[in-house]
Design a protein around this ligand. Structure first.
Ligand SMILES: [Zn+2]
Ligand SMILES: [Zn+2]
Ligand SMILES: [Zn+2]
Ligand SMILES: [Zn+2]
Length: 766
């Protein structure tokens, strides 16, 4: 499903949504191919409710109606049977168009009838309105197809051309396929000319196609096809399955790859946020309805998630995250009607009783966050005790397949982190938080420093578009941390844990080939690293080490996928995978050096395969340690693993077992702290903005001003985009600020606090 096809099937109802337009060319009405018979009727049947609801009829330009009229008047006697059939179809089409337009399903009043060529008309229409609508033209004419695809590419807009199947689906061919067809047409006419039988039509077709194919090939990086330029192969109706391309190409309905950064986000006005038990309305790409918000499933940093039915949930944004960008992004995703297992893509927009945007419907994810499973050794061992290394590799593959699909759609996930990924006991990976994805110039406004590329560090996430290289840094980090169950790639001994600094330095400390890094982390992590399959290890080292060849040009999702699939098959190959401990998630020694290295169980603790021979150059023999590393570490005199470490709570200073502390606080202080923070983020209802008379400042902000001896503001201030909330714009021009301006903490800085705390937790052994 996720692979690029020679052609794609798209639901044409998508183009009956507002801000979309669907056009039909003359030749579609005169199509005599039995394999497509009835497609137009099916399209109208399927689309009629959307057309009426959106007031967006299918457009059949006046020019096309004119051509059909002209065709229908030709006397069929003396024509070939096929021509006669087509002429009859033109007549029938006129009758159909007449009744469809009376029913409001088709409009025939658009398009300049004085334009002699319908092709030019479509091109002009598409060029002129590309900035306003996403458009689709149904046509069989390859020349106009090429021209419109090229236009779409040049303008980086979504303009499609295709034909209907008999089920009324829109069949859109790949750019390669368009190119090949165009070439065949060109060759046919060029051959006529070369053979001396060229007509005026041949000459003019060649004159149009030659430069067009040239531009097309350059634009899409396609070479002139060398093989199989004979007559077009007729698709057999008995084998309707689309042929797969060897190389993945961009899906036709992807988002723009070149969209520019949208103007800053702004909050949206709303009257009320629905809660559990409230009625809301929803609208997907082709349907709408209402539902009651079910059980509250979770509250996050951006909103609240409620149950909708067995397989879907509703996310209602909180007031701070109800913004124009989120609304527009969700509408874009909803209207694409994308379905992909494990991707929680918005499937419907949700509005409150007053018709205001408040959230969206998405497929329900199952399982638990990586943060609380795979990334946490203690929880991981409890949750998935039977998992092997191959299971972690499967998770990487599952994650990568989804990432590859989104990248092929020109969607950048942006904030890849272990809270946005979920895993269930069947190893299904779910990617959530689609509303933060970067697409069509809408940035991903949030980020996690640990997954932020060196180039992106220090920038404000909401102010810039991430590049694919930024994204691929996050992908690589995530893969490393899955395989290493939560360990950060730049961990090393002798560091104060300044993660940003570590990323910037690019000093990847794990042992690689003959390089010795004195900072290589000791113990479990070292052993885990030692057992990673070489091709994956190569990718990691070259990506993370500043001297690596992928340090600036990182492996793509497809390249990682290849490496991890090879890892998987390696693990299943008993001959190549000679060290049984390579299958363990937590090996307790380095990988055996060679196939013939002796491997034994530990005589002291009985751990299987716990001892591997160490090659001694002097004696030219393997030396076998008497105990495994774990037993050796537990001997008296060795640094013992302290069973319980007690540390004082940072607030009340009472001693507590370290494992019970939450960010250094005892359970009761942690709860108080959370309550304080929640209150600090709540608007003080007793203070109203003197301009707009609405609450405008949080308790936390008031306290900050008071604590720092500053006067508490009395009005709204401009937000991050330099804008005031709707209805609260000062009449005077803004005067330059004289006092210090850092009255609120930036969201990115806030993320950082949580991040550092989490990191400390990971470092200090859960
Ligand atoms: Zn010819
Ligand atoms: Zn042992
Ligand atoms: Zn305490
Ligand atoms: Zn105000």
């Amino acid at each position: 499903m996720l692979n690029a096809l020679e052609y794609q099937l798209i639901d044409p109802v998508e183009f009956l949504q507002p801000n979309r337009r669907l056009f039909i060319d003359t030749n579609v009405f005169m199509d005599t191919d039995a394999r497509r018979a009835g497609g137009l009727k099916r399209l109208i049947e399927r689309g009629q409710s959307a057309i009426i609801a959106n007031g967006n009829p299918v457009v059949v330009p006046t020019k096309v109606v004119g051509e059909l009229t002209k065709q229908s008047r030709i006397h069929p006697s003396g024509e070939t049977m096929e021509r006669a059939e087509a002429i009859k179809k033109a007549g029938a089409a006129l009758t159909f168009l007449e009744s469809a337009s009376k029913a409001g399903l088709v409009r025939k009043d658009l398009g300049d009838d004085t334009n002699p060529y319908a092709d030019d008309l479509f091109l002009k229409l598409f060029e002129r309105f590309a900035g306003t609508y996403e458009m689709c033209l149904l046509t069989h004419d390859i020349t106009i197809k090429l021209r419109i695809r090229l236009l779409a590419h040049r303008l980086a807009k979504r303009l499609l051309v295709g034909v209907l199947t008999k089920d009324g689906d829109l069949e859109v061919e790949s750019d390669e396929s368009h190119f090949e067809r165009g070439f065949r047409k060109y060759k046919r006419h060029a051959t006529c000319i070369a053979e001396g039988s060229g007509s005026f039509k041949d000459e003019s077709e060649v004159a149009v196609l030659k430069p067009l194919l040239d531009d097309f090939g350059k634009a899409f990086g396609l070479e002139e096809p060398v093989t199989n330029l004979g007559p077009r192969a007729v698709k057999s109706p008995s084998s309707p399955a689309p042929r797969r391309w060897a190389v993945a190409s961009t899906p036709t309905n992807s988002f723009s790859a070149q969209a520019r950064l949208k103007p800053s986000d702004t909050p949206m006005a709303f009257s009320a946020l629905p809660k559990q038990g409230d009625h809301v309305t929803w609208a997907s790409a082709d349907r709408s309805g209402s539902l009651v918000l079910g059980a509250l499933l979770g509250e996050g940093g951006e909103g609240t998630v409620y149950e909708a039915d067995l397989s879907t949930v509703v996310k209602i944004f909180d007031k701070d995250h109800l913004t124009r960008h989120r609304k527009e992004k969700i509408e874009l995703l909803v209207n694409r009607n994308l379905r992909a297992k494990g991707l929680c893509i918005p499937s419907a927009v949700v509005r409150n009783g007053n018709g205001e945007f408040v959230g969206y419907v998405m497929p329900k994810a199952s399982g638990r966050e990586f943060q609380r499973t795979v990334f946490n050794k203690r929880k991981f061992e409890r949750e998935f005790p039977s998992w092997k290394k191959a299971d972690l590799v499967d998770i990487c593959i599952s994650f990568l397949e989804k990432v590859q699909y989104l990248h092929s759609m020109n969607v950048i996930l942006g904030d890849i982190n272990p809270k946005n990924l979920m895993i269930d006991e069947k190893k299904n990976v779910f990617i959530i938080d689609a509303d933060s994805w970067q697409l069509e110039g809408y940035p991903c406004p949030v980020g996690t420093p640990m997954f932020t590329s060196p180039a992106m560090l220090g920038k404000t996430y909401s102010d810039v578009l991430r590049t694919m290289e930024d994204e691929l840094f996050a992908v690589a980090t995530m893969l490393f941390m899955i395989i290493m169950t939560g360990q950060f790639p730049y961990i090393r001994t002798g560091t104060d844990g300044d993660m940003v600094q570590l990323i910037k330095e690019g000093n990847f400390a794990f042992q690689y080939e003959n390089r010795n890094n004195k900072d290589q982390p000791d113990g479990d992590w070292k052993y885990m690293w030692s057992h990673i399959h070489k091709p994956v290890k190569d990718h990691f080292w070259h990506t993370f080490h500043r001297e690596g060849k992928h340090y600036k040009k990182r492996p793509t999702a497809a390249e990682w996928l290849e490496a991890f699939k090879a890892y998987k098959s390696y693990l299943g190959n008993k001959r190549l995978n000679f060290d049984p401990m390579s299958n363990d998630v937590y090996p307790i020694r380095n990988k055996a050096f060679k196939q013939d290295t002796p491997i034994q169980d530990c005589p002291t603790c009985g751990r299987q395969n716990a001892i591997a021979g160490i090659w001694i150059d002097d004696t030219q023999e393997h030396s076998l340690p008497r105990q495994c590393n774990k037993c050796r570490d537990q001997q008296p005199g060795r640094a013992a693993a302290a069973p319980t470490i007690t540390v004082p709570c940072r607030d009340c200073s009472r001693p507590f077992p370290k494992s019970q502390l939450k960010y250094g606080r005892c359970p009761s202080c942690a709860q108080k702290h959370d309550e304080r923070r929640a209150r600090a983020n709540t608007l003080d209802p007793s203070r109203l903005c003197v301009r707009c008379q609405k609450p405008f400042i949080t308790y936390g902000n008031v306290e900050w001003h008071q604590r720092n001896g500053r006067s508490v503001p009395t009005t709204h201030r401009a937000g991050s985009g330099g804008r005031y909330p709707a209805g609260c714009v000062p009449t005077l021009p803004r005067t330059p600020r004289t006092g210090p301006t850092a009255s609120t903490t930036k969201p990115s800085a806030q993320t950082q606090v949580g991040f550092w705390a989490r990191l400390r937790k990971w470092f200090t052994g859960n």
